[in-house]
Every structure is written in C-alpha cells, then in structure tokens.
Design a protein around this ligand. Structure first.
Ligand code: PYC
Length: 309
C-alpha cells in the first residue's frame, strides 16, 4: 500500500474566520522574495491549496498559511497565505491566527514577531493577554466615488483601495448587514465585483459593504466577500486597512484615533493608522483561538485526496 502524504497543520479562528497554518509537509517554493514564491504556489501547487483547505477536508471559508523561510532576514518566519483558488498577498485575520498558532506550538514568545509576506514585512506583537497587534503594509485609496452600474439597481458609488489586498468599498447601498441576509449580500457583492472588473480593474477581488455598527462601542459593521464566494467572518484586517485609507483620505478619522470594525457576525478588530507619505500604515488588534492540532492525510487511493475540484 502506498504511503499517505502527511501535512501537519494548526487551525485557529480569528473572530470566527478560520486559518489553517501549515507547519510541515507543504511544497518547496524555493527561495527569493515571498511574492515570487506566492507566484510559484499559484502556478505549480494549486492542488496543494485545494487539498489543504478545500473540500472534503475544509471549505472555501478557510485561509491557509504556509510557513516558509523568510527572504527578509530580519523576519522570524515567512508566510504565504492562500485560499482555495491560490495565494493572497496578505491576510489580516491570518496574521493574528498565525501568531497565536506559532505561540501554541512554542515557536514564538509574547513580544515582537516579524513576518515576511508577499505584500511586505509585517511587525506583529503578541500581548501577554493573547491579543495580537500588527502593523500592516501601507494602505492607500486609488479611486474615490467610482461609479459602477448594476443592472436592476442603477449607479453605485464605490471607493477602490489597497489594504494588502484590493478592495471595492461601498458605504451607500440598500443592503441589510445581518446574518439572515447572507445569500443576498453574497450575490450583491459578487455582482459588484464583476461590474468593477468589467470597468477595468481586474485586480479587485474583495468587496466590502459598510453600515452602522450593531455592537456598543463599534464604529461600523461590514460584510466582506472574499475572492472565492465565501464571506469573511472576521472584520477583515486588509479590508479594515483599506477602510482606514479611505477615512484618512476623506479626513474623517484622525491619525491615532481608534476605529472599531465589527464583522457581519459581530466580532471586532480595533484599528488606527499613522500617515506615511501619501499612504497610511494601519495598526490592527484582534484575538484568535486554536481549534485543532492535526495531521492531514492524503490517501493515494482516494480519488478526492487533492480536493473535489
Ligand atoms: O483578514 O485580511 C483579512 C482577510 C482577507 C481574506 C480573509 N480575511
């Protein structure tokens, strides 16, 4: 009988959104900048992404985090985040989950944890209370009040911004940001994503709707559609960063002032920013919890060992 392929993982969730950290058994992505290694993951190892986080072992809600050697030698670890379709440049909830998982595995202590990612260097601090605070890569708004036409809806005004991933952000909409409205929210955001891509921004793969907060003390609630059809259960670290860039550009939030972003399921991140030239450096704080310490087994006799797709 041929041997099973074994992949060692630690699972966490950050405000309800899962991260699966691959500690051992991942593909060799070679050396060089993390963005190049992410490209190799995309070109040569899509089946690995699908096997680790897609069905039948996971679902497209999962974000994977492949632990690699850093290129930036000042960093403790390199991390390539990925979803079922391939790599993500950055992932805020994934940074929080990764740091908590590394601490659980005894690989980091409370204090500074420096991560090399395809989007750039991330400085995270694991607090003594288990909270993780990280400085994201610089964020900026590319387009303000960009007009999109949605058949049956009409014109929709959106901001387009970078927060480690590309976002289309919408404040003025008629959508109800409640968990009993997820099908409608997903379909609305998928149509928005198609419309923005059709208008010449193929790089935009996340859509974020914002509305009034429900939780006491929160600044706003969001709904974020990820590149697959899954929505982010967490407030989305890169989406919150893109939001801070828009608030800063509109002078609606002063540097250093706290913004509490609530997710569609009611979890929160605390966020603030400082200016860096014409960009902002977001600082995001959140918590994660370990949910599993496991070895994934890929049976060569299993027709779905590498996933359903
Ligand atoms: O927290 O940045 C984030 C994120 C991106 C996709 C899912 N979560």
């Amino acid at each position: 009988m041929a041997a099973f392929t074994q992949i060692k993982v630690l699972d966490t969730h950050t405000g309800g959104e899962p991260t699966r950290l691959v500690l051992d058994g991942g593909p060799d992505l070679g050396s060089g900048p993390l963005a190049e290694r992410a490209r190799r993951l995309q070109e040569k190892h899509r089946a690995f992404c699908q096997a680790v986080i897609g069905e039948p072992r996971g679902s497209d809600v999962f974000v994977g985090a492949l632990l690699v050697e850093p290129h930036d030698q000042t960093c403790h670890f390199g991390v390539v985040f990925f979803n079922v379709s391939g790599p993500l440049s950055m992932c805020g909830h994934g940074v929080i989950g990764t740091v908590v998982a590394l601490a659980h595995a005894g690989l980091v202590e409370p204090g500074l944890v420096r991560l090399d990612t395809p989007a750039g260097y991330i400085a995270a601090i694991l607090g003594p209370n288990g909270e993780v605070t990280f400085d994201n890569v610089p964020a900026y708004r590319k387009e303000k009040d960009f007009t999109l036409y949605l058949p049956g809806v009409g014109d929709v005004q959106a901001d387009l911004a970078w927060g480690g991933n590309w976002f289309c952000l919408i404040e003025k909409h008629d959508q109800r940001l409640e968990t009993d409205n997820l099908t409608q929210l997903t379909s609305y955001c998928a149509r928005i994503r198609q419309a923005v891509r059709d208008t010449g921004f193929p790089e935009i793969d996340h859509v974020a709707l914002f509305g009034p907060a429900v939780r006491a003390g929160a600044s706003s609630r969001n709904f974020v559609l990820c590149p697959s059809q899954a929505y982010d259960r967490s407030p989305c670290g890169t989406g919150t960063s893109a939001k801070l860039a828009c608030l800063a550009a509109d002078n609606k939030l002063a540097p250093g002032t706290e913004w509490v972003q609530e997710s569609i399921v009611g979890s929160t991140f605390r966020a603030k920013y400082r200016r860096q030239g014409d960009k902002v450096v977001p600082t995001i704080t959140g918590t994660a919890h370990v949910t599993a310490d496991a070895t994934l087994l890929l049976d060569p006799a299993d027709p779905f060992a590498w996933g359903l797709r």
